[in-house]
Design a protein around this ligand. Structure first.
Ligand code: ARG
Length: 459
């Protein structure tokens, strides 16, 4: 049965099904510690400004702390009748401290309260995700350092293009995660603004001190407009954008690992600790981790879409629709955290690069064809002309079942007199990679410099 939470204006209790429909307690319990912290700051401010007495302030703060302990010890289980975490805490507080508990909600609304809680929650989770990103970057960097001279085919259109250093490939992901880390830092700044004191929508008649509570709660600033303060969810949408991009990056990485682990590529072997089997095919070893990460990407994109649509038609100020922001946000946070954790483990200890196979892969194709053209161009042949010549030799070699390295000196000379014996060196995979020494390129010197830059960024 629903207890009456509303004012004397109401004659009868809520229909139980409506109470259930209306309630957010089953998920917003996630905010409880932030709700308590926010309420403690509010109580302190009420005492500081003389709206309640110092003794009353103390009682409220101590009672709230007791609820925190009860919750941590698994002894606080508010039900549907509490409606939401804010009511649940206030009700329990009044049980603990008596009538003074009823003073806590002076000069406050659940509207500015829930906005405060959600921002405090997200601020913390952003810290957590950023440190996970840093850890993951460290793992990639470590792997890169050990594989500067390991070569891997580089692709465009998923066709062999030019070989690259494996480290260079891994560092591309490092860069994506670096942008994710920075982006979250910027979003955190806009998240860290206090709506507390906006009241229900219009401010309050009490002489509150919004900067006092903001300081207590380590907010950087306060919302300058109370209507905006209680109804703005830009910060949550921005976070979901950033979370979506993190998932894009993890999903691209996942896709590559799935390809690499296939028998067709065989670039990596999955270690037993990070792979799964089949219930019927005994030979199978499946890349479930990257597949799940790739799959979970969809739900985070979905949450972003949900929140955009949720907001687009909302008139000012608070509307109950806003209660729907929470599951989208919480699930995205949990998904990103779980995916980052799993991918970090996978990259740290779950993969074994098949060095032999990689060595073969970069030697068995025509991905050094650009280098032949570059060789001629460096000796005065206009590049487009050289390009056409090499296209021709690729065609005849393919027909003859040969690679460029198999051509005899006579064949090279016939193609163009500028070819000398050093052409063999010039098209060897190590040389081909080393030679791409332009800034940001895959040349080994460049990659070593990139590793140094990356190191200093995460130091
Ligand atoms: N549970 C509500 C939410 O999540 C708290 C604010 C409710 N305010 C209101 N006026 N009904 O948004």
């Amino acid at each position: 049965t629903a207890s009456k939470t509303w004012s004397q204006r109401f004659e009868s209790a809520l229909h139980p099904a409506i109470a259930r429909f209306n309630a957010s307690i089953l998920f917003d319990i996630e905010l409880i510690e932030y709700d308590i912290t926010g309420s403690q700051a509010h109580a302190k401010m009420l005492a500081h400004t003389g709206i309640i007495s110092p003794a009353e302030g103390e009682q409220l703060i101590t009672g709230l702390e007791q609820i925190r302990q009860e919750y941590r010890q698994g002894q606080f289980h508010p039900g549907i009748d509490a409606e939401d975490v804010h009511f649940a805490v206030e009700r329990r507080l009044t049980e603990i401290v008596g009538d003074v508990g009823k003073k806590l909600h002076t000069a406050r609304s659940r509207n500015d309260q829930v906005g405060t809680d959600t921002r405090l929650y997200l601020r913390d989770r952003i810290d957590q995700i950023r440190s996970q990103l840093r850890e993951f970057q460290g793992v990639l960097l470590n792997l890169a350092e050990r594989n500067v001279e390991t070569l891997i085919p580089g692709y465009t259109h998923l066709q062999r293009a030019q070989p690259v250093s494996l480290a260079h490939h891994l560092l591309a992901y490092f860069e994506m995660l670096e942008r994710d880390w920075q982006r979250l830092g910027e979003i955190q700044k806009r998240t860290n603004i206090s709506p507390l004191g906006s009241g229900a929508l219009a401010g309050t008649t009490f002489p509150i001190d919004r900067h006092f509570t903001a300081k207590e709660l380590h907010f950087d600033d306060v919302y300058g407009n109370s209507l905006d303060g209680v109804s703005d969810r830009d910060f949550a949408i921005e976070f979901l954008c950033a979370a979506s991009l993190i998932m894009v990056h993890l999903s691209r990485m996942s896709e590559e690992i799935i390809l690499w682990a296939s028998q067709e590529f065989s670039f990596v072997k999955l270690k037993d600790s990070c792979a799964t089997g089949s219930s019927i095919m005994p030979q199978k070893k499946n890349p479930d981790v990257p597949e799940l990460v790739r799959g979970k990407t969809g739900r985070v994109f979905g949450h972003l879409q949900a929140l955009l649509v949720l907001m687009k038609g909302l008139p000012l100020a608070y509307n109950k629709d806003l209660q729907e922001d929470k599951e989208a946000l919480f699930d995205s946070v949990k998904t990103v955290i779980a995916c980052l954790e799993a991918m970090t483990i996978l990259m740290r200890e779950g993969l074994e690069f098949n060095q032999n196979r990689l060595g073969e892969a970069v030697a068995e194709d025509f991905s050094n064809a650009t280098d032949v053209a570059d060789y001629l161009a460096a000796r005065g042949v206009p590049f487009r002309e050289a390009y056409n010549l090499v296209g021709k030799v690729v065609k005849t070699s393919l027909a003859a079942g040969k690679l460029l390295k198999d051509l005899s000196m006579a064949e090279w000379k016939e193609l163009h007199p500028a070819f000398e014996a050093d052409i063999y060196d010039a098209i060897a995979p190590q040389r081909v990679v080393a030679a791409r020494n332009s800034y940001g390129g895959t040349g080994f010197d460049q990659v070593r410099q990139a590793i140094q830059r990356a190191k200093s960024r995460i130091a």
